[in-house]
Design a protein around this ligand. Sequence first.
Ligand SMILES: *Cc1c(COP(=O)(O)O)cnc(C)c1O
Length: 456
Amino acid sequence: MSTKTKRFILPESEIPTQWYNIVADMPNKPLLPLNPKTRQPLQASDLYPIFAKALAQQEMNQTDAWIDIPEPVREQYKNYRCTPLVRAYELEKALGTPAHIYFKNESVSPIGSHKLNSALAQAYFCKQEGITNITTETGAGQWGAALSYAAKAFGLELAVYMVKISYEQKPYRRSIMQTFGAQVTASPSMSTKAGRKILTEHPNHQGSLGTAISEAIELAMNTPNCKYTLGSVLNHVTLHQTIIGLEAEKQMALTGEYPDMVIGCFGGGSNFGGISFPFMRHNLKSGKKTRFIAAEPDSCPKLTRGVFRYDFGDEAGYTPLLPMFTLGHNFAPANIHAGGLRYHGAGTIVSQLLKDKMMEAVDIPQLESFQAGCLFAQTEGIIPAPESCHAIAATIREANKCKESGEEKVILFNLSGHGLIDMASYDKFLAGDLVNYSLSDEVINENIKELDDMLK
Ligand SMILES: *Cc1c(COP(=O)(O)O)cnc(C)c1O
């Protein structure tokens, strides 16, 4: 009889009581966001018109390494945390690799992804400050679904702008949001100035996170007692997601191993930062040499082929200028099925860490990502979200390198979500209807030149 442990489980009493703010421990702090009009560095108070104060303060906090998790948020976390850490024995066997592969399973949240970790925190801090309404954007619908759940949990009204292509491709995410009581609008829409402008210029615009963010911010600014929330990219979102890595750190201790590599898929950086930063602190503070690998789609390669610039977070240019790796805020990514990875820029913390070579990035073609996802489903029994498939593909690449070299490396990746509401994408893949969308240098350079001309 085998005595191998597959799932490493922690009781709810082990849910961390604090989030980890890596900025406090970074030797080179991220550059500060700039006010787009004055080009002066922002203060937290500049963000108060858009964000809850507590979240704006977390966003700008460069000094406190540990931020308390409010008790009502921890209570909500008990509905699904601690999430399991799993050793992927069957995947290892199928690959014939000597590597030890572990994954942190964030797909067990009631909404099916890691996004709920930050949604609950953001809804709580808004409620605390007497806010009654919140707005947001959503790409594939994961963030909108998570925030709908969180808004209901803390008694807030929510309006969601959903990227039009996803609104059509992923109708069940819209149903989930509506089931939790949120109001959902396809973006670009005629309901905002930003949306009307985009639709006038491009009547068939399929939407992007950039357009949806512009609309959600505009609505928040024009509605009393209403704030905007964001599901990725910003520092405070990644802060909340560090609960993933903090739990994984305790669970890796139970395995008796320590990761040589930590891998996450990359949209704006929140699940990647969430699993990585708690481990990266040991690289920063005690000389560990773990590699951190962000896996992005090759159709939206801001980390591997973008440039480090000040850029807007949205299409219309409502956000502060953020120092980030970017493809330019006018970049319109191909309609790949990993909707959560179709964003033009990277968070400022991750951008600084990449610049300082504290982490690496790889880009993954769409077909390779789905092949990886199918192998994972067939071996480990969980159908991964199309986004998560990128992390799996990067893991398989590394495991195959171990097979060649014979090295018994320990790889930890984050399974950011399940794909049970993304079966239309799997259908297309299985029918042979999906293609790769590699980008030419010309397209990338054109967008970046547009950005540089605009910021002159
Ligand atoms: C949103 C999403 C992502 C990408 O967002 P990050 O902020 O980069 O983590 C990845 N996986 C899933 C399942 C998502 O819903």
